[in-house]
Design a binder for this molecule. Structure first.
Ligand SMILES: *Cc1c(COP(=O)(O)O)cnc(C)c1O
Length: 357
């Protein structure tokens, strides 16, 4: 604030440099994770008439980002064990218009990315990873974002690190990077490099649709400090997830997602509850005991805006979504909190589910 330059300027350049060092690849900051996904799709020249494969089990942000480009999101099913996109199902949904696949790294897990990239290259698809949940996760000893086609992250208030609001795009593809440098600044050409020096273009050309999706210095200043604390945050998130895993390990009716917390930095902690009958009732009862639980997610193919004409059925998604709840996970949660969450859940569950009675 003392620097008195609040818009996109020097701090954004510094945050991008720090992130580029973190990922060992070029990183561009934008105003949100949603903006990151939209600009990445557009930069691949994907738009009206094109189709993009995406798991239905994601935040609506992914679907809206695809729609915003004019392309159609094609909702895919997930694997029951991993809750990640099912490539068999994706294969069955390929058409001559399919141009990209957006895997969603649900709860920080990434599954078998080698298989995913094989699938994409065999079918000539771009890959835009929605890594909003996976900041800090490693795959085969490499950070998610440090490899792969185009990888998008979110820095919104609840993600593994935050800049208040914000997101970033990581890629090695210089054409994609150059494209997004302009598109995030309303299409104003060559403005990014001026902004890094706290100046701007007064005479410029615009030759394409652009968006006001750049990041501000205020957001970047928060992000720079958050990145410094990330190691601590990551350790804490992993500890909480492992503590939940341990407390639930002997329970037949509350199943944790199998994630390898050596490598995964969990953004959410999801459990499947066998025979859950009244999730809203459970949520309210937990809330009254001081525990806020969430639902990630109600499938997107059920939402009015994304219902396609031919009724699609995604059996695994439709089975799982009714049974999932997310337990609190963030760096301020103590061991006592974790125990309290689980004991409260075990106490209340019999009233809201079949099996536990
Ligand atoms: C948070 C999130 C986004 C969007 O990020 P914003 O910064 O909120 O726009 C996209 N996809 C998933 C899976 C997310 O959780």
């Amino acid at each position: 604030l003392d620097k008195e330059y609040l818009g996109m300027g020097e701090e954004v350049g510094i945050f991008e440099k720090d992130l580029s060092t973190f990922f060992s690849r070029t990183t561009l900051c934008v105003s949100s994770g949603t903006a990151a996904v939209q600009l990445a799709i557009e930069a691949c020249n994907i738009g009206p008439g094109d189709e993009v494969l995406v798991p239905s089990m994601t935040y609506v942000a992914t679907f809206q980002a695809i729609k915003a480009t004019g392309a159609e999101p094609v909702a895919c099913d997930i694997n029951e064990e991993t809750c990640l996109v099912d490539l068999q199902d994706a294969l069955s949904k390929l058409s001559k218009n399919t141009r990209a696949i957006i895997p969603v790294h649900y709860s920080g897990g990434v599954g078998n990315l080698d298989e995913l990239y094989d699938f994409a290259s065999k079918n000539k698809l771009r890959v835009i990873e929605d890594a909003a949940h996976a900041f800090g996760t490693k795959y085969k000893n490499k950070l998610v974002g440090s490899f792969g086609d185009i990888v998008c992250f979110s820095f919104d208030g609840i993600k593994n690190i935050t800049s208040g609001e914000g997101g970033c795009i990581v890629s090695n593809d210089s054409k994609i990077i150059e494209n997004i440098k302009n598109s995030r600044l309303l299409g104003v050409e060559k403005d990014s490099d001026k902004r890094y020096n706290n100046s701007r273009s007064w005479n410029f050309d615009v030759s394409r649709q652009g968006w006001r999706y750049h990041m501000s210095n205020i957001m970047a200043a928060i992000g720079i400090q958050q990145l410094k604390k990330f190691k601590k945050f990551a350790i804490k998130r992993k500890q909480i997830a492992l503590a939940y895993d341990k407390l639930l390990s002997s329970n037949q009716n509350i199943l944790s997602l199998k994630r390898d917390y050596e490598n995964v930095v969990p953004h959410i902690y999801v459990v499947r509850v066998n025979g859950l009958m009244d999730r809203d009732g459970l949520r309210e009862a937990m809330f009254n005991e001081g525990v806020e639980i969430g639902v990630h997610y109600n499938p997107n193919h059920f939402l009015t805006f994304f219902k396609s004409n031919n009724d699609i059925v995604l059996p695994v998604t439709e089975k799982i979504y009714k049974e999932i709840i997310s337990l609190p996970i963030h760096p301020d949660i103590s061991n006592n909190d974790v125990e309290y969450v689980i004991s409260t859940l075990k106490k209340l569950l019999p009233f809201y589910s079949n099996n536990a009675k």
